[in-house]
Design a protein around this ligand. Structure first.
Ligand SMILES: NC(=O)c1ccc[n+]([C@@H]2O[C@H](COP(=O)([O-])OP(=O)(O)OC[C@H]3O[C@@H](n4cnc5c(N)ncnc54)[C@H](O)[C@@H]3O)[C@@H](O)[C@H]2O)c1
Length: 401
């Protein structure tokens, strides 16, 4: 089959690389620079190596494109474009709409359209299908399905093959064709009764994490106030063999999913008159965590950070990836600067961010560890400043949550 994947980011390039083992794949992206890089064999994400990309390119199994005409003869289209929040923190479906426009304007025969972008229940039925139809010049009986992506960037033990994949079509034919398509490279396909269930399950998975992270972040504050170690207490609770799942505190949550997806669920809940109080509060607690961390650092340093040099270690949103989207480091740096600190950061995985470059890991008055990449030596972190505050719980000998 010929497959088009709209959006060649973390999700799109990953699924494109697996699908290209069994199909010919057009990786469609409207970022021309990215398209050129991919066609030269340079992968920009951790989960797909440039070596494997080069092999697919050489065999003619993969090509990146931003030319809509390359989509005209495909059999399957996968949508993997961003679904962020607007400035008013509401679901922003503009990228999804533009993907529907690309499909509608360029696809001239009935195809299977599968959405992998995360969105609220009803998106496939009430947004994607009508938009594709509205942008199509002729009436085409496309099949529509959803299969939410569960990729965890940087993770090696779970991948496309062994991570169970939910799916559902708007019609029986769509469901069956979706199963056939993914079964080539996913060993555990789980069909649910409607696209809305699959869409809601994806949002609930990430909401579950968001709420539990907020809970443990609040518990870290309670533990500190009580003068007990949050980490020892969590390890103690974790000896219970059932009914408990350990989450660890942090400076906040980052990435494209946990800070964003729950708000999609809250928005649709409130639209239907249902409460989303936990979701909204969890978001606030996680956002406020950066301020709590900075206030603790200020309190430990005589109550003022004015003029102090502070080095933030790790600005990626999680270890061993270069992704800085929604990173908690951003708010930590903002609060430090608001208190007059002179802030630089060290992250040789990210290297450059917001026009600034990674600084050497040394010579600060204060070091704050937000994300600990495995390549960073804890001894060097401890030697980088007379006072080190660790939000990761991994630097023995540092002050921490
Ligand atoms: N990153 C993850 O870990 C992850 C995991 C599960 C689900 N998701 C979801 O998958 C979706 C994609 O996320 P991502 O992390 O891959 O995003 P990303 O930002 O890494 O990549 C998206 C790509 O889409 C391209 N794009 C945007 N609009 C386009 C359009 N109209 N036509 C063609 N290309 C377009 C962008 O240039 C970019 O290269 C989102 O809905 C996200 O919530 C992400």
């Amino acid at each position: 089959m010929k497959v088009a994947v709209i959006g060649q980011g973390y999700v799109g390039l990953t699924v494109a690389s697996y699908a290209a083992e069994f199909n010919v794949v057009v990786g469609f992206d409207n970022n021309q620079t990215l398209v050129s890089q991919l066609n030269q064999g340079h992968s920009h994400i951790e989960g797909v190596t440039s070596e494997s990309l080069n092999k697919l390119l050489a065999k003619g199994k993969y090509i990146a494109s931003n030319n809509g005409q390359d989509l005209s003869d495909v059999d399957v289209v996968i949508i993997a474009v961003p679904t962020p929040l607007s400035t008013s923190r509401n679901p922003d479906l503009t990228y999804l709409e533009s993907a529907c426009k690309t499909i509608g304007e360029n696809i001239k025969k009935p195809v299977l359209i599968i959405n992998e972008s995360t969105s609220f229940p009803g998106t496939l039925r009430t947004f994607i299908k009508p938009k594709v139809e509205a942008y199509s010049k002729s009436v085409l009986e496309h099949q529509y399905a959803i299969s939410p992506e569960r990729v965890d960037p940087g993770r090696t033990d779970f991948n496309q093959k062994n991570t169970p994949r939910l799916f559902a079509g708007l019609t029986r034919e769509a469901s069956e064709r979706t199963r056939d398509f993914y079964s080539a490279f996913c060993y555990n396909l789980v069909e649910v009764s409607s696209p809305e269930v699959a869409e809601a399950a994806k949002l609930f998975e990430n909401t579950f994490r968001q709420v539990n992270i907020a809970l443990v972040n609040e518990f870290a504050q309670i533990s500190h106030a009580l003068g007990i170690s949050v980490y020892e207490t969590l390890d103690a609770a974790n000896t219970k063999p059932y009914g408990f799942m350990k989450f660890t505190p942090s400076a906040g949550v980052g990435g494209h999913c946990i800070p964003v997806d729950p708000t999609y669920l809250a928005a649709v809940a409130e639209e239907h008159g249902a409460p989303a109080t936990f979701i909204r509060r969890a978001n606030e607690v996680n956002i406020e965590m950066s301020k709590y961390v900075v206030d603790r650092i200020a309190a430990d340093n005589g109550g003022s950070l004015q003029g102090k040099s502070v080095l933030v270690v790790g600005v990626a949103y999680k270890p061993d990836v270069a992704d800085v989207r929604e990173t908690a480091a951003e708010l930590v740096i903002k609060h430090l600067r608001d208190l007059g600190a002179v802030v630089s950061w060290h992250d040789d995985v990210v290297k450059e961010w917001k026009g600034e470059k990674s600084s050497p890991l040394m010579g600060a008055d204060i070091t704050v560890v937000v994300t600990k990449h495995s390549e960073v030596d804890p001894k060097l972190i401890l030697a980088s400043a007379p006072y080190v505050f660790d939000t990761t719980g991994q630097i023995k000998g540092a002050t921490g949550l």
